[in-house]
Design a protein around this ligand. Structure first.
Ligand code: TXA
Ligand code: MG
Length: 337
């Protein structure tokens, strides 16, 4: 089931099938973006709500210019600077593009999310298929995004996907930054490895979306990335986080507690020797934390933990993207300790 044959994968796409493929961010669940039946299969297989549009994965800026209607100058500069890379541009669609393309075939959309992924397997697949590939993250709806072929197999154990391509270690590990470029200035709809600072080199940001606005990116309104156990984020020093987790272990001696914490906090916890803890360590660099986060959330699902305490990560840029994913996994549940 997990394979490396790109030309075979390209013909699966051309024949209306589904291929899970690696990108530098997470695995995508891909189909021919212009084949309505194939795109409908993505939604059905993933269990994705029809109102949540898909990203079109392309291999050149020329393809972007064929799809996007008159993109602003700053958007072209962003594309030239950060593609191939973890950046999705939400553009107005050219009028000759079928109205449903970029979304569910039953829905018309005015805009389309587009990116050139920076992974040799993804690029080779898009080139060999000779068409844009529509793909959401390859997880079952609500689960953490897959960062390995094995994660994809875990979510679809019964051959629901025609083919899964092997991608080795993914460089980024969290999904692309999604930027709306339909206005005079860009709006960040989802934070990622292309940071606000990197985007501001080409245009000031619009802060048009506030916490109380309706989500502009439909995917933002759903609970996401969630491990099976309830998750709580603890915001505080290593000592305070460790103290809180130890007291929770003591309060529920018959239950296994999960901890996703820095080494400093883990050392303090282990010194107390609680018998009912399963610890995973947050790496020191933000890059490594991003790369490992979804695999760690999935790892808790393989244990009997009933509750997971995750230590908040600080830092701008990639730190913002990591905290966004953690908050969604915790359904907004964050405690200052
Ligand atoms: O890194 C990524 O972006 C990965 C890889 C596979 O490319 N893909 C990914 O896709 O994360 P997905 O479908 O899980 O998330 C795409 C996000 C969703 O929040 C969706 O609502 C938003 O982008 N989006 C896509 N098209 C949009 C559009 N036309 N307007 C507004 N938001 C859009
Ligand atoms: Mg997703």
């Amino acid at each position: 089931m997990i394979e490396r044959n790109i030309s075979k994968a390209a013909s699966v796409i051309q024949n209306g099938g589904l291929v899970a493929f690696p990108t530098e961010t997470v695995y995508g669940l891909g189909a021919d973006a212009f084949n309505a039946e194939a795109v409908a299969k993505i939604y059905a297989t993933k269990g994705r709500p029809a109102d949540n549009p898909l990203i079109l994965h392309i291999a050149s800026i020329e393809q972007f210019m064929e799809l996007a209607d008159n993109p602003p100058e700053y958007a072209i500069q962003l594309a030239q600077s950060y593609w191939p890379g973890p950046l999705t541009l939400v553009a107005k669609k050219k009028s000759h593009i079928p109205s449903w393309v970029g979304g569910h075939p039953d829905n018309a959309t005015q805009t389309v999310g587009i990116r050139i992924p920076n992974h040799p397997v993804a690029l080779a697949l898009i080139q060999a298929a000779k068409r844009p590939i529509a793909a959401p993250s390859a997880n079952k709806a609500g689960k953490p995004s897959p960062t390995s072929a094995a994660h994809v197999m875990d979510d679809y154990p019964n051959g629901e996907i025609d083919m899964i391509l092997e991608g080795e270690t993914l460089e980024v590990g969290v999904e692309s930054t999604v930027v709306d470029i339909t206005g005079a200035t860009p709006v960040i709809l989802r934070p990622g490895a292309i940071t606000a600072e990197m985007i501001q080199q080409f245009s000031p940001l619009s802060h048009e979306v506030t916490a109380t606005d309706a989500p502009r990116s439909p995917g933002m309104k759903y609970r996401h990335y969630a491990p099976q156990a309830e998750m709580v984020i603890l915001n505080g020093t290593a000592q305070a986080v460790a103290d809180k987790i130890i007291s929770e272990c003591n309060a529920s001696p018959k239950e296994l507690i999960g901890a996703l914490v820095t080494k400093a906090a883990a050392d303090i916890i282990r010194n107390q020797n609680p018998h009912n803890i399963h610890i995973q360590i947050l790496s020191e660099s933000l890059q490594a934390v991003a790369q490992e986060l979804f695999a760690q959330l999935r790892q808790f699902d393989k244990t009997d933990v009933v509750k997971i305490y995750a230590q908040a990560v600080s830092g701008d840029g990639l730190g913002t993207a990591i905290m966004d994913r953690m908050r969604k996994a915790a359904d907004g549940n964050i405690i200052d300790v």
